[in-house]
Design a protein around this ligand. Structure first.
Ligand code: NAG
Ligand code: NAG
Length: 461
């Protein structure tokens, strides 16, 4: 009996075990399938937070230990670093007190201020799929970390699209701007530094503060740089000021008010056209491209008069960053190379500020060139239009002449070396002809405008 009882008990026990096992198996299968689907469901929301400062986690002069006298913990600010990150940095390269601010006292445990720079960095980086490309973009963004820590820059990074196309950039800058303007004076950031994601920070010894205009330029709220195509909106400064709000609003609503105008480079072109208007232009300064928007060297075009100094915005060791527009499919690889350079040969690229000519050049710029903003821009755009019109006519002529020289060389059965020599002679002749034609066109334009005498030196070079 005992056996029978035991048998029947064992039978039931087995059944229970089978059911249990089956349930476990089903749950396992369900779990496995659901987790396999997870990544796909999460596509498009790689990083859900709008604002974050992943990089500033150790403000420049934060006290090492903090004890709140009231016994209350400091309210956690969304950008506040964790307590363990509160380490002082006794780095002599931290800029002067002038540059550091008292704002955000709520995250200043000592209430002594001097936490963050008055400049905040802004960028955006979002994508639907993680790829080789996005990996290097993330690395480049992380490359700001030491710079941000050293000088106390908050870094606001937009991690998902707000509005279609690149207009999210303007919307995001406006949102941060309004957030700052809503704070009491003195607690605000004073400047916003926008940078696109396709650049590599090359020298974390260069504080952004050196680029800001001196006090007598308090009416300047926007600092930008042209490349050879006109404005490049990849990197620029905008003052935390009412002006900037109106300006960004004008940029964002440009297409609504000018539906007939085609914006070749969307918001960049809208910015470019607005700052050519006096209303916005008189509060904007164009500075040399190399300051904070240097490109990797694409080569100098020697068919343009050298005194035009066309295309002089190329990166050189010691510069803040290298911006990599126009590299298209090669970009991840190009970014990897630049990140590798700054990582492996830091001593070559991370030159101390005092060993560079930046401060000297910048000081001279604000003393001299900056006062001729209008004239400098007129010159830039005059030359730009001449290059488009006269330059491309000349380029057509040289193409024709080269083709003709090649045909003639073939007919004369010249050796490849002789043929190359002929072709080079033709190219050189047309190069000089193009330079002369460009200079002549500029003279004519200046004559029309009654400005000729100012440009006299260009004639005898
Ligand atoms: C813009 O610049 C002009 C010319 O210098 C100046 O008079 C004006 O006050 C500036 N606007 C603002 C909002 O600062
Ligand atoms: C400063 O200006 C000089 C003279 O124009 C130039 O040779 C040098 O490269 C500039 N340096 C920087 C860092 O822009």
């Amino acid at each position: 009996m005992t056996t029978g009882h035991n048998v029947s008990f064992r039978g039931r026990y087995r059944l229970a075990r089978v059911i249990l096992l089956a349930t476990a198996l089903i749950m396992l299968i369900l779990y496995a399938t659901s987790s396999r689907w997870e990544p796909e469901q999460q596509q498009g929301q790689v990083a859900p937070r709008v604002l974050e400062t992943p990089i500033v986690d150790s403000p420049a002069t934060m006290p090492a230990k903090y004890t709140d006298p009231t016994g209350d913990r400091v309210a956690t600010h969304p950008m506040a670093p964790g307590d363990e990150a509160f380490q002082p940095i006794d780095d002599p390269r931290v800029p002067t007190a002038k540059a550091l601010t008292e704002h955000d006292k709520e995250i200043s445990p000592s209430a002594e201020g001097s936490l963050y720079s008055k400049i905040g960095k802004l960028s955006m980086l979002y994508y639907n799929e993680v790829s080789k490309e996005t990996f290097w973009y993330e690395q480049a963004l992380a490359g700001h970390r030491i710079h941000n820590m050293r000088f106390g820059y908050k870094h606001f990074v937009l991690r998902h699209e707000i509005v279609p196309d690149i207009w999210s950039k303007q919307a995001f800058i406006l949102s941060v701007l309004l957030q700052e303007l809503a704070k009491p004076m003195g607690e605000r950031l004073e400047w916003l530094f926008w940078h696109d994601a396709d650049l590599v920070l090359m020298n974390s010894n260069i504080p952004l503060e050196i680029f800001l205009p001196p006090p007598e330029f308090s009416h300047i709220h926007h600092i930008v740089a042209n490349d050879l195509n006109g404005l490049n909106a990849g990197v620029f400064f905008l003052r935390v000021h009412e002006w900037s709000m109106w300006y960004l609003s004008a940029v964002m609503s440009y297409t609504n008010f000018h539906p007939d105008r085609v914006l070749r480079y969307s918001e960049q072109t809208a910015m470019e056209w607005l700052i050519q208007e006096e209303k916005w232009g008189m509060n904007t300064t164009h500075v040399p491209q190399r300051w904070f928007n240097a490109y990797q060297n694409f080569g100098i075009d020697n068919t343009v008069p050298p005194e035009w100094e066309w295309k002089h915005g190329y990166y050189e060791p010691g510069d803040l960053l290298v911006h990599l527009p126009g590299t298209a499919d090669a970009r991840p690889e190009v970014m990897r190379e630049w990140l590798g350079r700054v990582h492996d040969q830091s001593a070559r690229y991370e030159i101390p500020l005092a060993d560079t000519t930046h401060v000297k050049n910048i000081t001279e710029f604000w003393l001299n060139d900056a006062r001729n903003e209008k004239k400098n821009q007129d010159t830039f755009w005059r030359r730009w239009h001449i290059l488009i019109r006269v330059g491309s006519q000349q380029d057509d002529q040289v193409r024709e002449a080269v083709a003709q020289a090649e045909t003639l060389a073939d007919q004369a059965r010249l050796s490849p070396e002789q043929k190359e020599h002929r072709v080079n002679e033709v190219k050189e002749k047309y190069r000089l002809q193009k330079i002369a034609a460009l200079r002549r066109a500029e003279q004519e334009k200046l004559q029309e405008a009654g400005l000729l005498e100012e440009q006299a030196p260009t004639t005898d070079r």
